[in-house]
Write a protein that binds this ligand. Structure first.
Ligand code: PGA
Length: 251
């Protein structure tokens, strides 16, 4: 009923030549019967090129890693949601913990970015997740609930169908430490329950909830076998085509 999605978040990695070679390789090796939706989130600089490479395949799409909270104007260096949509990207990743930490992105700001994305018909991969300190002090459920509700719960049920949630515990990102399947499933089920409360069962059951944080071929199968884990947002392992393809085949 809901989509399985494997999204590669390249972050600030791969130059144009390397990025194009990776997409070519993945597209060439991706089995035709692969029922998983695949998303590449490259740098803005060649988003257009990657989107074009994905154009012939409905199950493969390009995503931006961020968008501006402003529509347009005197914001030197910023990239608007409209510019992203005009490059034929179909998704934008919002609220990644690196952006929350490095650029002080608040739930309120992200709400505005979600608005810009939706005005331009982009689907949103919305990231949430707790730090180790938060988990150890037991506030992680409340924290995640607040991240999701403050940035997303103004949306109507119809609008929410264009949201993908990515649960990414900060302590697992780029560290090699993956959340155990039980830890991840517990949070995914929690997230789905708050979606049931806000939007009802139909929307909650049709929302894809991805796991991110040191997800790789060796652990993807077990993670994706969980009831509420519908795929992954992959950093490091998305930079290698064989690893990335292996993850797409882990359902
Ligand atoms: P990682 O990154 O797979 O390298 O841990 C995931 C992410 O930050 O999206």
């Amino acid at each position: 009923m809901r989509k399985n999605i494997v999204a590669g978040n390249w972050k600030m990695n791969l130059n144009r030549t390397e990025g194009i070679a990776l997409v070519e390789d993945v597209l060439a090796k991706l089995p035709t019967d692969n029922n998983t939706h695949v998303v590449f989130a490259p740098s803005f600089v060649y988003l257009h090129k990657v989107a074009k490479m994905c154009a012939n395949t409905s199950k493969v799409a390009a995503a931006a890693q961020d968008c501006s909270s402003n529509e347009k104007g005197a914001f030197t260096g910023e990239i608007s949601a409209n510019m992203i949509a005009s490059c034929n990207a179909r998704y934008v990743v919002l609220g990644h913990s690196e952006r929350r930490a490095n650029f002080k992105e608040s739930n309120e700001l992200l709400k505005t970015k979600v608005g810009q994305a939706f005005t331009n018909n982009l689907k949103v991969i919305f990231c949430c997740g707790e730090s180790l300190v938060q988990r150890e002090s037991g506030v992680h459920f409340d924290w995640i609930n607040t991240q999701i509700s403050e940035s997303l719960f103004h949306l109507s049920s119809e609008e929410f169908k264009n949201i993908v949630i990515a649960y990414e515990p900060i302590w697992a990102i780029g560290t090699g430490v993956t959340a155990s399947t039980d830890q991840a499933q517990e949070i995914h089920a929690f997230i789905r329950n708050i979606l049931v409360d806000q939007y009802g069962l139909e929307v909650a059951l049709s929302t894809s909830i991805l796991y991110g944080g040191s997800c790789k071929p060796s652990n993807a199968k077990e993670l994706f076998a969980s009831q509420d884990i519908d795929g992954g947002l992959i950093g490091g392992a998305s930079l290698n085509s064989d690893d990335f393809i292996a993850i797409t085949q882990s359902f």
